[in-house]
Design a protein around this ligand. Structure first.
Ligand code: ACM
Length: 726
């Protein structure tokens, strides 16, 4: 609940917000002597301390904003004012003279005293903090740094875009962040976004007080950052032929080869994006993933790989590759050159070196690697990963930078200044903090925004396993073991991995509203957090998101179970198992709408529950076929492959369970050669004598191998024999 504050010298303060379950909502007005005729605004993230006065202040449409001559933030101010003017129907402008809205940068000691007199924020200091006062005399935003002024303005933007017509509650807001790292990671390697989109995305983050943009720029499937010394990293490493039969037949006339997907960010573009982010008080943390997730780099420069494991092209498969960098001095020199260019481009304190999911198989099998390990004094391949981190950290130290990496880097000794990003639950953060390292919480699956938000028909693809905004909001980011080490917890971060997020629209959909929960967990004091309040504020925040162009958004909470209909899509059917569940998009058609399918890639099998056999006579289905483009190591041998009963495969329907009697076989022949989805001719259900109750039906495919992976698009059970109308 919001900090309950006595009005002190201000006898008109009435709204003891702690008493209100719904924060900052109209209900609070019941404590007011004279309720405002404006609706109280929905603020996200919720501020630390809000103290309402009685009455309202009307900001004239053409008011002036003063007090900015001594700041560097003119361009940012112009942007914020433009946004407010456009969305609130005002025509505010900057002035050197007096203004109705005053921005004041204060000395930090004096500012700390000012704030302490109103609200207790001393423990968190005054960095990024602001004071926003709306009185009969006008509006004042004070801060001791420009980030604070900016955040005060973002709150004012929210106040003025609550259908207020410039009418604002008299209010004093003291606000400061709970955590210094309020991040979102965007994977631009698996799928790339345009520079204009990245800048817009950063704007959207900043408007919600998110301040770290972790930019995943290299991976097995692409290297997206121009490195001047190594042009093939992007000339070769930034391009791949997408997986599947449809892309394989999409011939590029210029080359006579299948068209490649790709692109990269030039250094000029990166400088522009970094400057843009800085103007929004967002730090970009670039990630150059070493020593694994290196296939694209090795495709560009095969001498970087383990001898005998060269790769001749960038792969379009997802998953965990065995390709890793080798241990040659030239490879370290390569990485140091890369990092020297990276640090020239990105001025932040941390450089992310990945370090996750390193498969040691190639290292273990290589005589040359064994030789080099001996020369380097590294005894064990597990320790090699750390050798990488330590060596590159040493190099980065000479450039005044620090390493951050995924929590695997903790598996051996780390330099004390290295920070750890905990993704395998919160355990990495707990272990890092126990060793005295700073840490960022980014736990899978809850903070992994590639997970779907719903399986409603038509919803975009993603990793299976629903994660809603409510799930994120409810995640305990400070378990007891971390509370004790609170000083080492830099903050938290959501990750937008893009294997299954092909378009910018879908990045938006998968990010919103979920990153707003991250914003509130990261910025707001825990005592002010309440899901009921957040959900209500979020609903009213929708108009602002629309105005920003964030129109594609997921549902905030788990949707009620989809009512059973005659036809169920594969997204709605129950899966027979839950090993590696993905909501995958078809590879066809190349242009226009593609279906998406929910599938356990280890066992493509679906259950239609409770079918009334007293009326069910026939079954129809629509199916798709997908490339099996997943690097899953030896697990490939465990993928369930059932042999065809006849010909080249069927959709097989079993009664009761997946071990039950076969009651229908729908041959796949009509779907061969069709890259998109195919409706198979309906088949009669051959039910055992007397079967009449409700039973489950199990659907699986027979096939000769893992490729292609057949998937259910929809199934339908009906009376009669004709499926023609369906
Ligand atoms: C990760 O998800 N491999 C950090």
């Amino acid at each position: 609940m919001l900090n309950a504050v006595r009005s002190g010298a201000n006898p008109i303060m009435r709204c003891l917000v702690a008493a209100c379950t719904a924060l900052l909502l109209a209900a609070c007005g019941t404590d007011r002597a004279a309720p405002l005729d404006v609706e109280l605004p929905a603020l996200i993230p919720v501020p630390l301390h809000v103290q309402y006065g009685e009455g309202a202040y009307r900001l004239a449409a053409d008011s002036r904003i003063s007090g900015v001559a001594h700041t560097d933030m003119h361009a940012t101010l112009e942007w914020m004012i433009g946004l407010i003017n456009e969305q609130a129907g005002l025509s505010l402008s900057l002035t050197d003279g007096p203004g109705a809205l005053r921005l004041e940068l204060e000395d930090s000691a004096a500012f700390a005293e000012t704030l302490a007199a109103i609200a207790a924020i001393d423990a968190r200091g005054v960095r990024e903090a602001y004071l926003l006062e709306i009185t009969d005399d006008g509006i004042r935003i004070a801060a001791s740094d420009e980030a604070g002024l900016f955040y005060g303005l973002t709150t004012l933007w929210q106040l003025l875009t609550a259908n207020s017509n410039g009418e604002l509650p008299l209010v004093t807001i003291v606000d400061a962040p709970e955590f210094e790292w309020r991040g979102v990671m965007l994977d631009s390697a698996r799928h790339m976004q345009s520079p204009a989109f990245i800048k817009r995305y950063i704007d959207w983050m900043a408007l919600h007080k998110l301040n770290v943009f972790h930019w995943h720029l290299t991976d097995d499937q692409a290297w997206r950052l121009e490195i001047r010394k190594y042009p093939d990293l992007t000339d070769v490493g930034a391009w791949r032929v997408p997986a599947g039969d449809a892309p394989a037949t999409d011939i590029d006339e210029a080359t006579g080869e299948p068209r490649k997907y790709g692109g990269y960010y030039s250094q000029e573009t990166v400088r522009d994006i970094v400057a843009h982010a800085a103007s929004r008080h967002v730090t970009i943390v670039p990630e150059i993933d070493v020593p694994g997730h290196a296939t694209a780099a090795i495709a560009a420069y095969p001498e970087l790989g383990v001898p005998g494991h060269g790769v001749d092209r960038v792969s379009a498969s997802w998953g965990i590759f065995e390709n890793v960098f080798n241990l040659e001095e030239d490879t370290f020199r390569f990485l140091e050159h890369v990092l020297s260019e990276v640090t020239e481009l990105f001025p932040g304190e941390y450089i992310h070196l990945g370090g996750d999911e390193v498969v040691t198989k190639q290292w273990l099998a290589s005589g040359r690697i064994a030789e080099r390990m001996q020369e380097l004094g590294v005894n064990d391949v597990q320790a090699l990963q750390n050798y990488y981190v330590e060596r590159l950290q040493d190099y980065l130290s000479t450039l005044g930078r620090k390493v951050i990496g995924w929590d695997e880097i903790l598996e051996s000794e780390l330099p004390p200044e290295a920070a750890v990003m905990s993704w395998r639950g919160v355990e990495g953060a707990i272990a890092a903090a126990a060793k005295g390292h700073k840490t960022v919480l980014s736990p899978a699956p809850t903070f992994y925004l590639d997970h779907v938000q719903t399986n409603a028909p038509g919803s975009p693809p993603g990793r299976g396993g629903i994660v809603t905004t409510e799930d994120i909001y409810g995640f305990d980011i400070t378990p007891d073991s971390l509370t004790e080490k609170r000083d080492l917890l830099l903050g938290l971060q959501a990750n937008v991995w893009t294997e299954h997020i092909r378009t910018e629209d879908r990045v938006v959909y998968m990010s919103f509203p979920r990153i707003l929960a991250i914003a509130e967990l990261g910025w707001s004091a825990p005592r002010n957090q309440s899901w009921a309040s957040f959900a209500e504020r979020l609903e009213r925040h929708g108009g602002r998101l629309d105005a920003l162009g964030i129109r594609s958004r997921g549902p905030a909470a788990r949707e009620p179970h989809v009512p059973r209909t005659a036809r169920l899509t594969g997204r709605e059917l129950k899966l027979c198992s839950n090993d590696i569940v993905l909501a995958l998009e078809d590879d066809a058609p190349l242009e226009g709408h593609r279906e998406s399918f929910l599938v356990d890639i280890m066992n493509p099998c679906w259950i239609l529950e409770d079918v009334d056999l007293s009326v069910a006579e026939s079954v129809a289905a629509s199916v798709g076929q997908l490339p099996f483009n997943f690097e899953i190591g030896d697990m490939i041998d465990d993928v369930v492959v059932e042999s065809p009963e006849s010909g080249d495969g069927e959709l097989r329907v079993r009664l009761g369970s997946c071990d039950g009697p076969v009651v229908a076989l729908l041959p796949l022949v009509p779907a061969f050669g069709n890259h998109g989805v195919t409706k198979l001719p309906a088949a009669r259900l051959e039910l055992p004598e007397g079967a009449s109750d409700s039973h489950d039906l199990c659907f699986s495919f027979t096939r000769h191998g893992v490729e292609p992976m057949w998937v259910v698009n929809w199934v339908e059970v009906f009376g009669g024999v004709s499926g023609d109308s369906r």
